[in-house]
Design a protein around this ligand. Structure first.
Ligand SMILES: *Cc1c(COP(=O)(O)O)cnc(C)c1O
Length: 343
């Protein structure tokens, strides 16, 4: 596994932060980090290891704290770090499904890594054989978003495992929408299949998008490299404390309502005159194919409703991606789409 990691990263001596040299609580005078001694409520550097937060989050996902990386710029931070750990710029490549989340490609371009897109099958299922065919000896990463953004479907565990078993590369499974799916997380497969990395986020079901907190789960030997190359203070004390306090929230009721509303939206929209197809979704959005996405999109905006036009993405001709809102918001979308005058 460690042979997949870039040589310079393997031999990196990480920046050791101000507080790494001692353990214990017997220090009362802090003169090591050139902080201000005056208590402003923000004068001390945050815990670079996020110990309290990790101790709370790890058991929620059934893992040890050393199998968990926490990013302070959401899971987008983990996506960028993943390239930096595994991909030699201008030499290695990443393979990904298309259509999928746009950040994988942007981060590849930033890191000067070739990005190979493989279209989903016509029914949006996982093209395992074609993904494998797109790999070569320089393929370090395979990106699988499940449930997939923007198509909404998730992929069977067996398909993802078949892929992971067949490659000498990292398979990254982005489960940003995993909380809305009845499929279990791939995190449980990591011990038996250590080339899997699973991304999760608190931005969607947990309602903490503003806090920017995302996670990567993996074999502890791999996760240690995320911690070595991250910015030392990648998450403020305020955010660590705020996320920690919100972990006690019971999100079950909200998730159940979102899932029920997803069903209602799908049913009601599928019989609207301008709608051609509503794709099945395991996420908190639905992808809808309509007669003319551009004009419907503008009509919705003119009526104060913004959705995402995904028509420019591969396989997504004339589609809108609609996030599931509150019941009232969804009713408004249903009413507007159903009454949209077809020309
Ligand atoms: C929203 C989203 C994320 C981003 O999560 P953050 O933690 O907010 O950065 C990651 N992956 C996918 C597929 C998403 O749709």
């Amino acid at each position: 596994m460690e042979s997949l990691i870039r040589k310079n990263i393997r031999s990196l001596k990480p920046y050791s932060t101000a507080r790494d040299d001692f353990k214990g609580d017997d220090i009362s005078v802090w003169l090591d980090a050139n902080e201000s001694p005056y208590p402003t409520g923000a004068n001390r550097y945050p815990d670079p290891h996020q110990k309290a937060l990790k101790a709370a989050v790890a058991p929620m996902f059934g893992v040890a704290a050393d199998s968990l990386f926490i990013g302070g710029a959401g899971s987008d931070e983990a996506i960028d770090l993943t390239y930096r750990i595994f991909c030699e710029p201008h030499a290695d490549n990443a393979v990904a499904i298309a259509p999928s989340y746009g950040v994988y490609k942007v981060a590849a371009e930033i890191n000067d890594v070739e990005y190979r897109e493989v279209l989903l099958n016509d029914d949006f299922s996982l093209p395992v054989d074609r993904l494998l065919a797109a790999t070569d000896s320089h393929t370090k990463l395979i990106w699988i978003c499940s449930p997939n953004n923007p198509t909404g479907n998730s992929f069977p565990r067996e398909d993802i495992l078949a892929l992971a078993r067949s490659v000498h590369a990292i398979v990254v499974v982005d489960e940003a929408y995993g909380d809305f799916s009845t499929r279990g997380s791939m995190i449980a497969e990591i011990p038996a299949q250590p080339n899997l990395i699973v991304l999760r986020t608190f931005s969607k079901a947990w309602g903490m998008a503003a806090l920017r907190c995302g996670m990567a789960f993996g074999d502890s030997r791999i996760i240690s490299y995320y911690d070595r190359i991250k910015y030392p203070y990648n998450m403020s004390s305020m955010v660590q404390n705020e996320v920690l306090a919100r972990l006690a929230t019971d999100i079950g009721g909200r998730v159940a309502e979102t899932v029920a509303e997803r069903g209602r939206l799908a049913r009601e929209l599928s019989t609207a005159p301008c709608v051609k197809e509503v794709f099945p979704s395991d996420a908190n959005f639905i992808l809808v194919r309509v007669a003319d996405a551009g004009t419907l999109y503008t009509y919705l905006i003119d009526n104060g409703v913004i959705v995402r036009n995904r028509s420019s993405m591969p396989m997504c001709d004339n589609t809108l991606r609609i996030t599931i809102g509150t019941p009232d918001e969804n009713s408004r979308v249903i009413q507007l789409v159903r009454s949209y005058p077809l020309l």
